[in-house]
Design a protein around this ligand. Sequence first.
Ligand code: F0G
Length: 458
Amino acid sequence: MNLPFAESYKIKMVESIRRSTKEERLKWLKEAYYNVFNLRSEYVYIDLLTDSGTGAMSDKQWAEIMIGDESYAGASSYLKMKAVIKELFGFNDFLPTHQGRAAENVLFSLLVKKGDIVPGNSHFDTTKGHIEFRHAKAIDCTIDEAFDPTLDYPFKGNLDLNKLEKVLQSNPIEKIPMVVVTVTCNTSGGQPVSMQNLKDVNALAHKYGTKVIFDSARFAENAYFIKIREKGYEDKTIKEIVKEMYSYADGMTMSSKKDAIVNMGGFIGFRDRKMYEEASVYNIMFEGFVTYGGMSGRDMNALTQGLLEGTEFDYLETRIKQVEYLGEKIKSAGIPLMQPFGGHAIFIDAKKFFPHIPKEEYIAQTLVTEIYLEGGVRAVEIGTLLADRDPETRENRYPALELVRLAIPRRVYTNSHMDYIAATVANVFERRETITRGLKILREAPIMRHFTVELEKI
Ligand code: F0G
């Protein structure tokens, strides 16, 4: 008999999670105004709100916590992190920050000016936010294949070189401080960018005289997909692939809450010493001194160890295969999903799930609430609530896709949990015709409404 695939780790510590009844969940959901961000976490059985900062640290990471150096300046924890960043990414200089968006805030304070243009592959919300906050514009140059949810294409995170060249050609280059490449591309479903594309984007950007910055939250998952899917990389280690990927970047912003498997943390990596020196001023103002920047020594230690573990093939294989396992289970129930499955999450196509619910009634959010009611599983809406209103007309913006994201925390749940999640979604799918109406907004904030919006069932 062939031995089956099994996880590359065992469990040393456990945390209880509480099952609840449907009656309890209905009461809690009403109290939360049909917004799962308002639920207490103890009311959630399986939490798939995000894979960010929700991973389980290893014994070695916890051991590193005990030997953190809390010196204000020149801490050994900082030097250890610096050495590993150099080893993995090839960058001599880095600045620690408290999370990913803080890294964006520091770097963009230096690079992005009013009227600038920042092309990229479906910039993440906070990245776009930090660009638009500075009255600059983010231009999406993702390949068209990314927008067809059922198309099985291996690198849906790729940038379209023609679209990118058009932007570079038709604007003064001093207005384009950088190209942002997000690996993997969260917004288009955790889809990877190929090595060839990273190389081509770098060549194009440099030909026109601008920089390339990688938004790196899930860089290791991207490297795994390159190894599995791109010709010529099958025999390379993840660390070798990462090193080559970053040879095509001038710098990086990192949310360490994902692939560095810590609960909080981030950093910026620099190729150019001058850029590091200039950005240091903003780091000191917003985050902290250059050798801690918003992180404690013990947290830098855990992050450093996490970077090393997060780039091990066995860990990544366990991780991505679990996401795939869930995807296959849900797919086999006939439920419409985005394909191929991304690195960190499964995305359900809510419009196809509930074709009879009008878009004005928040289709994806309706599905999120039904999944919670059914099994206590908390997912997140990536649809009309998130897309928000047009800042000028104040009309709802209806995105092409109404999605529900099931993001899988790293090393937290077992495949029995995946079976439970799949059964929960399948049960909702079975009774989908009985769910004829969606939700109505009672109260909402002027921007970023999805976090605090209050709704009721129609
Ligand atoms: N870039 C990407 C690609 C991200 O996915 C995130 C966060 C950030 C930057 C910002 O990092 O949260 O540390 O400030 N994504 C989370 C998510 C919130 O749920 O996908 P942060």
